[in-house]
Design a protein around this ligand. Structure first.
Ligand SMILES: [Zn+2]
Length: 412
C-alpha cells in the first residue's frame, strides 16, 4: 500500500514536470561568469533569467567562454553602411533591423539609435521610422529608446565637432515636442549645450519630463555647469571629445565636468578618441559607478578604409586603423569601432576587471535610463546574454542571445 501511493506520487510528479516543460520554454546557458570567472549555468524561462546557478565545471563545447549580460550602447549613429541620419526617406524600418542584427554580432543587445544635428524634416521623418522599428517583434526589444544629440549645441568650431553648422540652433520647445511626438515619446536622452540661449531652461523642462539630459558639444563655464546640474543634467556626453583642440588651461569645460560629482560621464574608448592617460584620469575621478563606455559608432563601422561622402556631401576619411577623420573641421567624425572595443580597451588602459568593464558598458547605462529589466545577469532580468573570449584585450563574441533567443552564433 505504501509502495503504491509512493509510485502514484512519483508518476504524478513526472507528469506534472512534463506538462510544465511542454508549456514553458526552458533552457540553460553555461559559461564562465564575467563577475569572477567561475562556471555558471544561467537558466532561462520565457526569455527571462530564472536562475544563475554555480556549477563545478562547464559541459560541452565552448567551455572556455565567458558569459555576461549583453552590452548596452547609448550612442549609435548607424552601423555597417546604414546611418540613422540618412536623408530623402532612405532610412527604413528594414534598415534599422539590419543595424540591429549587425550589432548583435558584436554583443550589443540594447542600444539607443542616435540622431545628430540635422534639418527639422529629416529629424522628424527618421524619428518616426525609428519609432515604427522599435516595436517590431523580431527586434526583441533591443531598442528601448533614442538619443537626440543636438541640434541644440554650441555653434562654435571645435565644440560643435562634425555637426553641420547650418543646422545647429537654439532650443525650441515647440520643435522639440514635435520631435518627441514623432519619436512616439521614445527620446530617452538629449545632448545639449547649457550655455546657449535657452539652454538651461530647456534642461529643466526635459528633466521635469524624465528625459535624461546630457551635456555635450559645449563650452560652458563652471557656473553654467553648476546651474545645468541644478536644473537636472545627469551626464556628460563623450567627455574629452566635442571640445576644441585649443583651450584655456584653467577655464575650460573639462575641469568643472570632472569636478561635479553629480555628473556621470560617457567616454569613447576606441583607442583613438582619447589618450590612455585621459581615460585613466577620467575613470579615476568618476569611478566605475559614474562612467559609461559608449561607442559613438557610425555607419562606417565594418566598411573598408577609404574616402566617403557624408549625407551632407562632405568628404570624410576612414583610415586602416579605424579612425574616421573629417578634414574640413580637423576633427574626428565619430567612431568605426563597436563598443566591444571599448570594453577591451578600458581594461587594458585602466587595469579594471572584466566585471567593472561590464558595469560601465551594460549595468550603468541600464540604470541611468531606467531600464530595470536589463544590465545585469540575475534572476528576473531579460536573458540578453553573450558568450565571448578575451584575447589580447579584444573581446570576441561567439554567441548572442536576446530575450533567450540565439540571434548570433559565430561560424565554427
Ligand atoms: Zn558628439
Amino acid at each position: 500500500m505504501m509502495i503504491n501511493s509512493k509510485r502514484v506520487l512519483y508518476i504524478s510528479m513526472l507528469l506534472f514536470s512534463l506538462l510544465l516543460n511542454s508549456s514553458c520554454k526552458h533552457q540553460g546557458i553555461e559559461g564562465l561568469s564575467f563577475l569572477d570567472g567561475k562556471p555558471v549555468r544561467v537558466e532561462v524561462k520565457d526569455g527571462m533569467i530564472s536562475r544563475v546557478k554555480n556549477i563545478s565545471k562547464l559541459t560541452g563545447k565552448g567551455n572556455h567562454m565567458y558569459i555576461a549580460p549583453g552590452l548596452i550602447d547609448n550612442q549609435v549613429n548607424g552601423f555597417a553602411g546604414i546611418s540613422f541620419s540618412l536623408a530623402g526617406g532612405e532610412l527604413t524600418v528594414e534598415g534599422v533591423k539590419q543595424v540591429t542584427r549587425s550589432l548583435w554580432e558584436y554583443g550589443v543587445t540594447s542600444y539607443l539609435p542616435t540622431l545628430t544635428t540635422n534639418d527639422r524634416e529629416i529629424l522628424l521623418a527618421n524619428l518616426y521610422v525609428l519609432s515604427k522599428a522599435k516595436n517590431e517583434q523580431d527586434l526583441l526589444g533591443s531598442i528601448p529608446g533614442f538619443h537626440l544629440e543636438g541640434p541644440y549645441i554650441s555653434p562654435v568650431d571645435g565644440y560643435r565637432g562634425a555637426h553641420p553648422k547650418m543646422f545647429v540652433r537654439e532650443p525650441d520647445w515647440v520643435e522639440f515636442m514635435e520631435l518627441y511626438e514623432a519619436s512616439g515619446r521614445n527620446i530617452l536622452t538629449v545632448t545639449v549645450a547649457p550655455e546657449i540661449p535657452g539652454g538651461l531652461g530647456f534642461i529643466r523642462q526635459c528633466s521635469e519630463m524624465g528625459i535624461i539630459v546630457a551635456l555635450g558639444h559645449h563650452n560652458a563655464s563652471a557656473e553654467t555647469i553648476d546651474e545645468a546640474v541644478q536644473n537636472g543634467a545627469r551626464i556628460c556626453t563623450h567627455l574629452g571629445n566635442g571640445c576644441a583642440n585649443m583651450i584655456n588651461r584653467h577655464k575650460n569645460p573639462l575641469w568643472p565636468q570632472l569636478a561635479r560629482d553629480e555628473l556621470m560621464i560617457s567616454i569613447i574608448c576606441d583607442g583613438i578618441h582619447l589618450l590612455p592617460e585621459e581615460i585613466k584620469v577620467f575613470h579615476k575621478v568618476k569611478g566605475t559607478d559614474k562612467t559609461i563606455i559608449t561607442s559613438d559608432v557610425t555607419s562606417y563601422a565594418t566598411l573598408p578604409p577609404g574616402e566617403y561622402f557624408t549625407p551632407e556631401g562632405d568628404t570624410i576619411v576612414l583610415t586602416p586603423d579605424q579612425m574616421i577623420y573629417y578634414p574640413a573641421q580637423n576633427v574626428l567624425y565619430g567612431s568605426a569601432s563597436p563598443i566591444t572595443r571599448g570594453v577591451g580597451h578600458i581594461m587594458e588602459v585602466t587595469g579594471c576587471s572584466l566585471a567593472d568593464a561590464f558595469r560601465m558598458a551594460s549595468t550603468n547605462p541600464a540604470k541611468l535610463y531606467g531600464l530595470t529589466d536589463r544590465g545585469t545577469m540575475e534572476k528576473g532580468k531579460r536573458a540578453d546574454l553573450i558568450l565571448f573570449t578575451v584575447e589580447n584585450s579584444e573581446i570576441k563574441i561567439h554567441k548572442t542571445y536576446v530575450r533567450g533567443e540565439l540571434v548570433f552564433q559565430e561560424l565554427e
